[in-house]
Design a protein around this ligand. Structure first.
Ligand SMILES: Nc1ncnc2c1ncn2[C@@H]1O[C@H](COP(=O)(O)OP(=O)(O)OP(=O)(O)O)[C@@H](O)[C@H]1O
Ligand SMILES: [Mg+2]
Length: 300
């Protein structure tokens, strides 16, 4: 396991522990309708602090249903902390977060259960359990939320998610250490898709992949979003990803979301960080590559 994989394991364990604190009856998901509102995620007045360090202050963000929202910002601006707050792994010091129209910040643990099975998360680094095969990793959330499923049914669902994520079927029997970096990302994605989520959180999904692998992962994200009707919260430093698949981009700086919109809209804001980010050499290269892709029938 890479260092970043190990960094994420406590988070996943925390998630599992929270689930296992519940009795099976409490864990069993309630039947729910798909969310039909306009904004599956609404964040208002969010504040996160670690001791003296204030990471977010009065942060607001709305994510539209059915969009891929890219989340960008310098390293340490709090993108991962924002994601963890939304999925309930980080208790904010102030503010309110609604997911599917229900408050995450004020919910009792038993109320949270109703929304937890409606999202999937690919943590920065993957965070696969190294002692479990890929298939068994995908089965973990199935066991937590659907304890009544037979082992055979669970295996079949896991195999289907592995294929859906673009891995060969045999990958289900492999351990994470036997996979390439790109395959590990896909395995993490398979686990994130285990419960047929409506919301998908991806933290740096293409980091560490070669450009071809990264472009293939982008296409897969877009295809899954379109076929499964997902809303995607996608943290990335990858400018190609932003141009190729994101419908809108939210920019984190100065403890807040300072702008959110399409890339042309962001460029109109004239904010120095945004200008430098998109108009710097890497930004221009990503734009040129996107334009070339469109001419040759690639792109979105
Ligand atoms: N559990 C924690 N305890 C203390 N400080 C933390 C904790 N988690 C995050 N931080 C701090 O919060 C800030 C934001 O961290 P975060 O991981 O959200 O950054 P990021 O924007 O995701 O950066 P990167 O692009 O490098 O992944 C950092 O200064 C980090 O050190
Ligand atoms: Mg991060």
């Amino acid at each position: 396991m890479s260092k970043s994989d190990q960094d994420d394991v406590p988070l996943v364990n925390q998630l599992v522990d929270q689930m296992l604190d519940q009795t099976p009856r409490e864990r069993a998901p309630k039947i729910h309708e798909r969310f039909r509102g306009e904004h599956p995620i609404v964040v208002e007045g969010l504040e996160n602090r670690f001791g003296e360090q204030v990471v977010h202050q009065n942060l607001a963000l709305e994510v539209k249903r059915g969009e891929i929202l890219g989340v960008v910002g310098g390293s340490g601006t709090g993108k991962s902390v924002l994601m963890r707050s939304i999925i309930g792994l980080q208790t904010p010091s102030a503010g309110d977060i609604e997911v599917f129209g229900r408050s995450i910040t004020q919910a009792r643990p038993d109320e949270e259960i109703g929304v937890r099975n409606r999202w999937g998360v690919l943590f920065q680094g993957g965070a696969l359990f190294s002692t479990l095969t890929v298939g068994e990793n995908v089965e973990v959330p199935l066991k937590q939320f659907y304890p009544e499923l037979s082992a055979q049914m669970r295996e079949e669902i896991a195999r289907y998610k592995v294929i859906l994520s673009g891995l060969p079927e045999e990958a289900a029997c492999k351990y994470p250490s036997e996979l390439s970096g790109g395959m590990r990302k896909r395995a993490g994605l398979a686990r994130a898709l285990a419960l047929d989520p409506e919301l998908l959180f991806l933290d740096e999904p293409t980091a560490g992949l070669d450009p071809i692998g990264a472009a293939a992962f982008d296409r897969l994200t877009r295809e899954l979003k379109e076929t499964l009707g997902l809303t995607v919260f996608l943290i990335t430093h990858d400018l190609d990803t932003l141009y190729a698949i994101c419908d809108r981009v939210a920019v984190l700086a100065d403890k807040q979301v300072i702008a959110v919109g399409t890339i042309p809209e962001l460029l109109e804001t004239d904010h120095p960080w945004i200008n430098e980010y998109f108009n710097g050499p890497r930004g221009r290269a990503a734009l040129a590559s996107q334009e070339r892709g469109q001419k040759t029938g690639g792109g979105k």
